[in-house]
Design a protein around this ligand. Structure first.
Ligand code: ADP
Ligand code: MG
Length: 254
C-alpha cells in the first residue's frame, strides 16, 4: 500500500528566496504526524505547497503524491476534486474563516452539500450531529446562532466540524490552538485526537510547541530553516534527540 501522502524533495522559493530546501516526509492512513519548528521555519509553507494552496508567484518543485498519484502541479480541476474531497485544513485564527452574517447552520450545511448528497431534514440533522460531535452543547438551538455568539474555542470546534463535513482522509491542523487559552487548547487537542481515532483519519498537527505535538502524534518531524532536520517516533525523540536544534527544543521544555 502506498502511503496516504508522500512528499519528496519539495522546494519552495518566493521571489528567488528559498524557504523550503528539499522536504521529504510521508504519512500513512490514520497516522498522526507532528510538525514542529520555530516560527518562519517553513511548517505552513510545506503543507500549503503540498496541497497546492500557495499563491501563484511561489516557485514550487518536487513531488507530492496522494495515494500514489502525483498532485503537485496537477491541473486545477483535478486538484480541486482530489483535495476538496479528501483533505481538510484548519488554521490558527478560525474566526476569519467563518462568515459573520451567516448562521452556523447555513455554513455547516454549505460545507456538507459540497461533499455529500444530503438535503432537507437529513441535511439539518447531519449538521446538528456534527456540532454535537465537536462538543457544542445544545447543538439544535446553537445551529441557528451566528459566529460572534461563540467563544474562540467554540469557533475552533465549529471549524473542526466544517473540516469533518467532507469526511476527509487527512486533516492538516496548522497551529489550531495557538490563539486559545491553555485550558481550551488542551480540550481542542483532545477533541482532535478523539475524532481522528474514531474516523480513522490521518492528521498533520503543526505547532511551534514540541510538548503539544509529542503528546498528540505518533511521529514528529522537526523543521529548521526550511528543512526537516530530524524525524522520529515521539518517545524516541524525547529519549534521544540527535540534531542540536531538537536537543535545544527538548532542553527548553518545562
Ligand atoms: P512557519 O514555520 O512559521 O509556519 P512559514 O511556512 O509560514 O513558517 O514561512 C516560511 C518562510 O516563508 C518565512 O520566511 C515566511 O516569511 C516565508 N513566506 C511564507 N509565505 C510567503 C509568501 N506568500 N510570500 C513570501 N514569503 C512567504
Ligand atoms: Mg505557520
Amino acid at each position: 500500500m502506498p502511503p496516504l501522502v508522500s512528499i519528496h524533495d519539495l522546494r519552495v522559493a518566493f521571489n528567488g528566496v528559498q524557504v523550503l530546501r528539499g522536504i521529504d516526509v510521508s504519512l500513512q492512513k490514520g497516522e498522526a504526524l507532528g510538525l514542529v519548528g520555530e516560527s518562519g521555519s517553513g511548517k505552513s509553507v510545506t503543507w500549503l505547497a503540498a496541497l497546492g494552496l500557495l499563491p501563484r508567484h511561489a516557485q514550487v518543485t518536487g513531488s507530492v503524491r496522494l495515494d500514489g498519484r502525483e498532485i503537485l502541479g496537477a491541473p486545477a480541476a483535478e486538484l480541486d476534486q482530489v483535495r476538496g474531497g479528501r483533505v481538510a485544513m484548519i488554521f490558527q485564527d478560525p474566526a476569519s474563516a467563518l462568515n459573520p452574517v451567516l448562521t452556523v447552520r447555513r455554513q455547516l450545511c454549505e460545507a456538507l452539500v459540497l461533499h455529500r448528497d444530503l438535503s432537507g431534514d437529513a441535511l439539518k440533522a447531519e449538521a446538528r450531529r456534527l456540532l454535537d460531535l465537536v462538543g457544542i452543547p445544545d447543538a439544535a438551538r446553537r445551529l441557528e446562532a451566528y459566529p460572534h455568539e461563540f467563544s474562540g474555542g467554540q469557533v475552533q470546534r465549529i471549524m473542526i466540524a466544517m473540516a469533518l463535513a467532507g469526511n476527509p482522509d487527512l486533516l492538516v491542523a496548522d497551529e489550531p490552538t495557538t490563539a486559545l487559552d491553555a485550558t481550551i487548547q488542551a480540550q481542542i487537542l483532545e477533541l482532535l485526537s478523539t475524532v481522528r481515532r474514531e474516523m480513522g483519519m490521518a492528521m498533520v498537527l503543526i505547532s511551534h510547541d514540541l510538548g503539544v505535538v509529542a503528546e498528540n502524534c505518533d511521529r514528529v518531524a522537526v523543521m529548521y530553516a526550511g528543512r526537516i532536520v530530524e524525524e522520529a517516533r515521539s518517545n524516541q525523540l524525547f529519549a534521544d534527540p540527535v540534531h542540536p536544534y531538537a536537543q535545544g527544543l527538548i532542553g527548553a521544555l518545562p
